[in-house]
Write a protein that binds this ligand. Structure first.
Ligand SMILES: [Zn+2]
Length: 198
């Protein structure tokens, strides 16, 4: 039996995605054995991120600055805007610079079942960005789930009156596939083959 402190650390780690009790114990053991080379750097990194954690007030990305690094990057093509459900989707698309433009995170998807309404998502702020001008294309990169597609259609309708091209990720995507879990090749293909919303 480990001390309560070590047990507490193991419990916290075991609740992380991708961890379970077994891998949490292995990670803790690793940290304890390598205090200088593993535990101290982890602690420093966590503290730094924790102190500066911010949600971007423009796009909804989670970063350590507001505006986030993507919104603040002048090399990004401000004329293309990619709309995603969650921050994880943004990160997936951004991982290998598949999309050269900027992003907008909705914070979920419309769901009658879960009672998620348009006003629960960052749709008004999206429309304000579009209305602000300077955007040529809005890429709707919702997940290929029923709710994701419902959300995409709803947004396409709301944007209709603005002078922008509205496109959608191609459906080479597995149905029910979450963007976050797709490999970069599949994502790149879906982006390249994006098509106008009918
Ligand atoms: Zn941002």
């Amino acid at each position: 039996m480990a001390s309560p402190e070590i047990e507490a650390l193991t419990t916290v780690l075991s609740r992380l995605p991708g961890f379970g009790p077994r891998s949490a114990r292995r990670a803790v053991l690793h940290l304890l054995k390598r205090r200088e080379t593993a535990m101290a750097p982890l602690l420093t990194a966590l503290t730094r991120v924790n102190e500066r954690l911010a949600t971007c007030s423009t796009c909804g990305n989670v970063d350590t600055s507001d505006p986030c690094a993507i919104c603040a990057d002048p090399r990004r093509d401000a004329r293309s805007l990619c709309v995603v459900e969650e921050v994880g989707d943004l990160w997936a698309l951004d991982r290998s610079r598949l999309f050269p433009g900027r992003f907008h995170v909705l914070g979920g998807r419309l769901s009658a079942l879960e009672g998620v309404r348009p006003e629960d998502l960052a749709i008004d702020s999206l429309l304000r960005r579009v209305a602000g001008g300077g955007i040529d294309e809005v890429v709707l990169a919702m997940n290929a789930t029923l709710e994701g597609q419902t959300t995409a259609h709803y947004i396409a309708e709301r944007i209709e009156g603005y002078p922008v091209r509205v496109t959608q990720l191609a459906h080479g995507l597995p149905v029910g596939g979450e963007l976050d879990y797709l490999d970069e090749g599949t994502l790149a293909q879906a982006l390249r083959a994006r098509r106008p919303v009918a």
